[in-house]
Design a protein around this ligand. Structure first.
Ligand code: NAD
Length: 419
């Protein structure tokens, strides 16, 4: 029994690891080699503000494991980000790359800042300083960052430029999530969501749910949530509820995802969205009567408190860590199919990897090729995890970790321990 345990993000990650490691019967040495983050860097970034004052911003980069390739993972700008959270996110990246079989390890970065309080030039100076201050960590064969919450293509450009200026070399492969004009990949913007929907389609087929006429609720209407809603709609799913930081909206007759996207494009959020009814309590979206629930906002949204009221048949984790371990156990008992984050949202890192490949080859592919590769990689990963699920009679999260942990372990043992 997990009782009322409310773990930190990192404790949550460690719990997931232990669950899978126990079933895999890992030895103490194997656990020692792959469980904990290997390198944690914390710096204070001095940045000159527009009014001439200098402010210090706490920033992190965590490299969890690089047995299978260079560290890979986004940089988050958020006022509440902590080293604990970045450690958890880096951990998830290691196993996310492994579960989809891309040759990279896990990393993650964060800056404690509310970027909405900064001007564009302050944001630029902060982004450049982040890269400059920790430049030795980064490189196309060392550690390749990408966008995460509140960081997008422009910030990637500034960081890539800073790295390239120091290296005296144009180095697009140092960072992914760049715009198309500067070495980005076709299909990157919608890749995570395309992956989410590829996984939903496969899970729905397993439980005999037809997507045509099915219903979905989507929490978070940023990059991942909005495109997931759109792609689900393209499959014939009715979007009955959506939400973001400014509120939740429902309409049992269906909300047009593209109309909502246009609203966000114009107004910056769902605030003032009139095409659906505003819900009094935004968290109720998680309990909406819908076949599919896509949490695509932040961590720890589905908890022991609200999990008993979740009605969906499939929970597709677009966000990282949206379900607490206690809630996981409840959803499991209710036989709700949770497609775990490390598989469900791996489309983003998969196309980031394809972007990195294109940068290194210097030849760029059409979106059809990128999407076809993404589909092949994710479907193969889904099948491998499904196989482990059936073989070991475990839920999909534990199965995904078992597949991924085994791969990281094998790579680590093949490399051996240098001493
Ligand atoms: P984003 O900044 O584009 O969007 C985040 C969305 O969540 C926004 O609509 C925001 O308003 C909303 N939100 C914030 N707090 C909320 C709350 N309390 N209730 C409801 N909505 C809230 O970020 P994103 O890139 O879409 O990332 C969302 C999640 O997906 C994060 O957990 C991120 O780590 C994960 N993820 C993103 C990618 C990617 O490629 N972008 C890949 C893998 C995982």
């Amino acid at each position: 029994m997990l009782g009322d345990w409310r773990p930190s993000a990192f404790e949550h990650a460690m719990h997931q690891f232990d669950e899978a490691a126990r079933r895999l019967k890992l030895t103490e040495n194997q656990v020692a080699m792959i469980k904990e983050p290997r390198k944690i860097t914390e710096v204070l970034l001095p940045v000159r503000m527009d009014d001439g004052s200098i402010k210090l911003f706490r920033a992190f980069r965590v490299q969890h494991n690089i047995a299978r390739g260079p560290a890979k993972g986004g940089i988050r700008f958020h006022q509440n980000v902590t080293v604990d959270e970045v450690k958890a996110l880096a951990f998830w990246m290691t196993f996310k790359c492994a579960v989809v079989g891309i040759p990279m390890g896990g990393g993650k970065g964060g800056v404690v800042v509310d970027p909405r309080q900064l001007s564009v030039s302050e944001r630029e100076r902060l982004s450049r300083r982040y890269m400059a201050e920790m430049i030795d960590l980064f490189g196309p064969d060392r550690d390749i960052p990408a966008p995460d919450v509140n960081t997008g293509p422009q910030i990637m450009c500034w960081m890539m430029d800073t790295y390239s200026m120091h290296a005296r070399n144009y180095t697009p492969g140092v960072i992914t999530g760049k715009p198309l004009e500067l070495g980005g990949s076709a299909g990157r913007k919608s890749a995570t969501s395309l992956g989410v929907v590829i996984c939903i389609k496969k899970a729905a087929a397993e439980i005999g749910l037809s997507l045509k006429g099915a219903t979905a609720a989507v929490q978070g209407f940023g990059n991942v949530g909005s495109y997931s809603a759109k792609f689900l709609q393209d499959e014939g799913v009715k979007i009955v509820a959506i939400s973001d930081v400014d509120g939740a909206f429902r309409d049992p007759r269906g909300i047009d995802a593209e109309c909502a996207m246009r609203h966000v494009e114009k107004h910056g959020s769902l605030k003032g969205f009139r095409a659906a009814d505003r819900m009094a309590n935004p968290l109720e979206i998680l309990e909406a009567p819908a076949d599919i629930l896509v949490p695509a906002a932040l961590e720890n949204q589905i908890t022991e408190e609200n999990a008993p009221r979740v009605k969906a048949r499939i929970v597709a984790e677009g966000a990282n860590g949206p379900t607490t371990p206690g809630a996981d156990a409840i959803l499991d008992r209710k036989k709700i199919w949770v497609i775990p984050d490390i598989l469900c949202n791996a489309g983003g890192v998969t196309v980031s990897y394809l972007e990195w490949v294109q940068n290194r080859v210097g030849y760029y592919w059409a979106e059809e090729r990128v999407n076809a590769d993404l589909k092949r990689i994710l479907e193969t990963a889904f099948e491998a995890v499904l196989g482990a699920m059936k073989e070991h009679r475990v839920n999909m999260r534990t199965a995904a970790f078992m597949v991924a942990i085994r791969r990281v372990c094998e790579a680590s043992e093949m490399r051996g321990l240098y001493h």
